[in-house]
Design a protein around this ligand. Structure first.
Ligand SMILES: NC(=O)c1ccc[n+]([C@@H]2O[C@H](COP(=O)([O-])OP(=O)(O)OC[C@H]3O[C@@H](n4cnc5c(N)ncnc54)[C@H](OP(=O)(O)O)[C@@H]3O)[C@@H](O)[C@H]2O)c1
Length: 325
């Protein structure tokens, strides 16, 4: 079996590549730059250089593969246009390449996001109308629309993960450090709750989606099935890191928005996306980000193995090993 993985140099993509190799797949990776690709170093994979915003290199990338796992995407950008160029138009370019150059493709799996569906205080199902609140979410939803539009000519499946975490994820260490300093920011007046998916569970779910014929044309949320309050998340991290009790500091929405504006100005001047911005602030101030994995359990036999405590434990051990903490 042969796969094309886009976004292979990233957090999720590099784990997927490793797992595919373990299952004896031949793997081709679409990469933007000439190496070194830290997580992929020494792995026996084939590289095709290209940016999904440009159509030309994509023909070579998709030729002869059984599956395309499309994970390339931007989660932070300096402007709205970039989100749409990469996450939406880039997806359409890849679909176009598949249609023209790989009539025998067995599956095109698009890794979208819960952000495409939108936030809420109750778990979202695949049937719910989508109400994204950020440019990132809107661009991922536009990517989904391109995927669904081709579903009569290409066998497609869409995966919508919530927050994904695990080794190599760069989003968690700053939170660990903050908690270790005894500080725990929380949103004033809100009791937010969140869905999570440990990286190994997400990869298992993606592979199940490829294996199951009935997943064709479908959308799936994948998470660990538990909805965590901010206090529960904090407790798990403190227990795992044996950290001291933190001081909860309520942060008002206007402060989050104001800080985000400053970050955007900084990003605009440097022409480099910052970790935090107005788009992320818009996501941060929502009542919750929850999804329901029943459809994946029912149709894919998806069984998540890692609840937050075990997942955070494994992630923390890895951070310590590579000295990220
Ligand atoms: N992490 C999460 O919590 C999460 C949750 C839900 C959904 N997702 C989705 O999962 C996917 C992977 O996320 P991640 O966390 O692994 O992100 P990541 O670590 O930032 O990796 C993004 C990957 O996309 C590639 N890429 C970016 N722009 C590209 C372009 N124009 N052409 C080709 N490749 C491009 C990057 O390549 P370079 O190495 O060249 O930059 C990198 O390999 C994304 O589509 C994201 O929307 C992630």
């Amino acid at each position: 079996m042969k796969a094309l993985v886009t976004g292979a140099t990233g957090f999720i993509g590099s784990h997927l590549v490793e797992t595919l190799l373990k299952h004896n797949w031949d793997v081709r990776c679409l990469v933007r730059q000439k190496g070194p690709y830290s997580w992929l170093a020494k792995l026996p994979v084939e590289y095709v250089q290209g940016d999904c915003r440009k159509r030309e290199p994509l023909a070579e990338a998709v030729r002869g593969v059984d599956a395309v796992f499309h994970l390339a995407g931007v989660t932070k950008a300096v402007d709205r246009r970039t989100y749409f160029e990469v996450n939406a138009q880039g997806t359409d370019n890849l679909l176009h390449a598949c249609e023209r150059n790989n009539p025998r493709l067995r599956r095109f799996i698009y890794v979208s996001s819960l952000a495409a569906a939108g936030p809420g205080g109750t778990p979202r199902t695949e049937e719910d109308p989508c109400e994204p609140v950020s440019d990132y979410g809107r661009s991922k939803l536009a990517g989904e629309a391109f995927v669904l539009r081709r579903s009569s000519t290409i066998p497609i499946t869409i995966i919508r993960p919530p927050i994904v975490y695990g080794p190599r994820d760069r989003a968690l260490p700053p939170l660990f450090r903050l908690f270790n300093m005894g500080i725990s920011p929380c949103l004033t007046g809100e009791r937010q709750r969140f869905s999570f998916c440990y990286i190994d569970d997400l990869i298992s779910g993606i592979l199940l989606a490829f294996q199951k014929e009935k997943a064709c044309g479908e959308i799936f949320f994948l998470d660990d099935g538990i909805h965590y309050s901010w206090d529960e998340i904090k407790d798990v991290i403190l227990k795992v890191t044996a950290g001291r009790q933190t001081l909860s500091i309520p942060v008002p929405k206007f402060f989050i928005r104001g800080t985000a504006c400053l970050c955007d100005v900084f990003a605009f001047i440097r022409r480099q996306p910052t970790f935090f911005n107005r788009d992320k602030a818009q996501e941060m101030i929502q009542p919750g980000w929850l999804c329901d994995n029943s459809k994946a359990k029912r149709m894919l036999d998806f069984e998540p193995r890692f609840a937050l405590f075990t997942g955070i434990q494994k992630t923390y051990e890895w951070y310590k090993k590579v000295k990220w903490l």
